[in-house]
Design a protein around this ligand. Structure first.
Ligand SMILES: *Cc1c(COP(=O)(O)O)cnc(C)c1O
Length: 404
């Protein structure tokens, strides 16, 4: 079958319902379109641009590395990757880091690590992983099975075996789901795509206890919540609960594609030479930028500032909720991973904000996500509040018109 079409209007595969905007450049929290319109960008490239657009330190790190060496493969040592791995381990629970290129790959590696751990312990039969409804772990076949979203799985053949999904926050169901073949529990400490749902710390503590009691590994997906987004380098550090393996990506490269999974030596002991690989993973360009991101976010006072900004932002959002009760249902989230649950369809708020020249992302549970750069100024937060206020007022006008 070779039926090349001459009626395709765009040759980019139409898997996204894209907004008809294209950007020419960005600076901090602002982006400028190819037609010279300026937008306040609270999508952050979907939680990726932790330091906004065109941060001078990241630009310098990338361009400096670009003049020296782009790629050498993992057949050889990669100095930037070694440094980044050392720094990530010094800052976390982990002993070992594997670099890849995306969040889904980081989760694939996390899943493989958990299964292999039990296999080398003499239990290859322990391969099943408990996951939660509403989770999002990526779009590869295994991560789709882990996420369990029927809409995303539909039509792609039998889902990858070995995932047992239970209701969000349901401890009893979690206990029931643990069987002789269970190897791990996988959870996002804050569900991003699922609607900025913060998992109660007490629930995470219960999961840690269950894992310890049953010899399971606790796997955290911090692809969205990591890299300072919640006001700590990783969200788990504010929960009092430590995972055995953790997936990271999005903010790690501040916009340059890079992912990683981090593990203790014990949990990762099955990942020996030949067990896993990636051609591009952790290449000199990606890890040069990763190191530059860490340079900035680990500066003294950076996370304090994220927390202060978050407090200011949440207070002002709460005021907006009180003045637009028919539009805004709830403010949720931690740090600068914030969500507005809507009383009208969330897509209407996304559109109303775009009309106010502000960009945001929809999430599950009828939520609009706010993902500003972590180094955003108070003035830009003020600008966002003004635009959300005007968008909510426009939606109220629309509501009144509809009921007349
Ligand atoms: C975005 C995301 C992923 C998938 O990352 P990709 O880079 O798109 O593969 C996985 N888990 C979480 C929590 C995410 O937010």
């Amino acid at each position: 079958m070779n039926l090349k079409s001459n009626t395709v209007t765009s040759h980019v595969m139409p898997t996204y319902a894209r907004v008809d905007l294209a950007f020419e450049r960005g600076e901090g929290a602002w982006v400028t379109t190819t037609t010279e319109e300026r937008y306040l960008d609270f999508t952050g490239g979907v939680a990726v641009n932790v330091l906004g657009h065109a941060h001078p330190r990241l630009v310098a790190a990338l361009t400096e590395q670009a003049g020296k060496l782009w790629h050498s493969s993992n057949l050889f040592r990669v100095t930037n990757a070694e440094v980044l791995a050392d720094r990530l381990c010094a800052a976390t629970f982990a002993d070992l880091v594997f670099f890849c290129n995306s969040g889904a790959e980081a989760l694939e590696g996390t899943i493989k690590t958990a299964r292999k751990h039990h296999a080398v312990n003499g239990h290859p039969d322990k391969y099943r992983i408990i996951t939660y409804e509403g989770a999002f772990h990526g779009r590869t076949l295994a991560t789709l099975a882990a996420g369990g979203n029927k809409k995303y799985l539909e039509g792609f053949g039998p889902p990858v075996e070995g995932f047992d999904q239970v209701a969000f926050g349901d401890l009893e169901a979690t206990k029931q789901a643990i069987g002789p073949n269970t190897c791990a529990i996988l959870i996002e400490p804050i569900m991003g795509e699922g609607g900025v749902r913060v998992v109660p710390h007490a629930f995470l503590r219960e999961l840690r206890a269950l894992c310890d009691q049953h010899g399971l590994l606790l796997l955290f997906d911090e692809v969205q919540s990591g890299m300072g987004r919640t006001g700590a380098l990783f969200a788990y550090q504010q929960t009092g609960v430590t995972p055995d393996v953790m997936a990271v990506a999005k903010g790690l490269g501040g916009g340059f594609p890079v992912g990683a999974f981090l593990t203790t030596a014990e949990a990762g002991k099955g990942m020996t030479p030949g067990t896993h690989g990636s051609t591009f993973g952790g290449n000199p360009l990606a890890t040069a930028v990763g190191n530059a991101v860490l340079d900035v976010v680990l500066e003294p006072g950076f996370f304090e500032r994220v927390k202060q900004t978050s407090l200011l932002f949440k207070q002002r959002l709460a005021e907006l909720k009180d003045s637009h009760l028919s539009i805004i249902a709830e403010i949720r989230g931690e740090g600068l991973l914030l969500g507005i649950r809507m009383n009208v369809p969330n897509g209407e708020m996304v559109d109303a904000l775009r009309a106010e020249k502000m960009l945001v992302v929809a999430a599950g549970d009828n939520v609009v996500r706010l993902l500003p750069p972590l180094n955003i100024s108070d003035a830009d937060v003020g600008e966002a509040i003004a635009r959300i206020d005007r968008a909510a007022a426009a939606l109220e006008q629309h509501q009144k018109g509809a009921t007349k």
